[in-house]
Design a protein around this ligand. Structure first.
Ligand code: K2U
Ligand code: ZN
Length: 167
């Protein structure tokens, strides 16, 4: 298992659209395990492959209190969404900033598991928010894209300043 480096906004690699997973082998399963370790240690409740510079349509989530309900979504597709919910969101690629984002309250999606088996599932609450947040990452979309240009630039400038200071 390995903790993977997480790309930070405004890294342009976060803006690429990820490619479908077509090979379900041990190398993919090792990447999934490494993503879970990276997520748990961050700590976070979700992580998408593009955040660790892997352009694959793969994400991991675990919104459980006990951190013992891992869920892998490969090539996920949103089938239905309903309701609206406003939540403060953060992002491991935009550390230290939290802003309200409106998303669907309930979703139904299909995806493949780590063995390539397809499944369908419904989600609501924090799990639904997290999955929508991660699926945005597969399209190169970040939660800052839902904010005003002024807010987005303010966050970008602060993170670039921190990066310059860190050298
Ligand atoms: O994609 C990521 O960077 C992981 C996010 C997922 C997330 C963002 C907003 C709302 C729900 C999920 C990180 O987990 S942000 C850190 C965090 C930790 C606990 C609860 C909410 C957010
Ligand atoms: Zn994120």
């Amino acid at each position: 298992m390995a903790k993977l480096p997480i790309l930070r906004y405004p890294d342009p690699r976060l803006r690429r659209r990820a490619e479908p997973v077509t090979v379900f082998d041990d190398r993919l399963r090792q990447l999934i395990d490494d993503m879970f370790q990276t997520m748990y240690e961050a700590p976070g409740i979700g992580l998408a492959a593009p955040q660790v510079d892997v352009q694959l349509r793969l994400l991991v989530v675990d919104v459980s209190e006990q951190r013992d309900q891992p869920l892998v979504l490969i090539n996920p597709q949103l089938l239905e969404s309903s309701g609206q919910e406003l939540n403060d969101e953060g992002c491991l690629s935009v550390p230290g900033f939290y802003e309200p984002v409106q998303r669907a309250a309930q979703i139904r999606f299909c995806a493949m598991d780590r063995n390539g088996e397809p499944f369908e599932q419904e989600a609501e609450g924090l799990l639904a928010v997290c999955i929508q947040h991660e699926m945005d990452h597969l399209e190169g979309k970040l939660f800052v894209d839902y904010l005003s240009e002024m807010k987005r630039q303010r966050i970008r400038k602060k993170l670039e300043k921190l990066r310059r200071r860190a050298g």
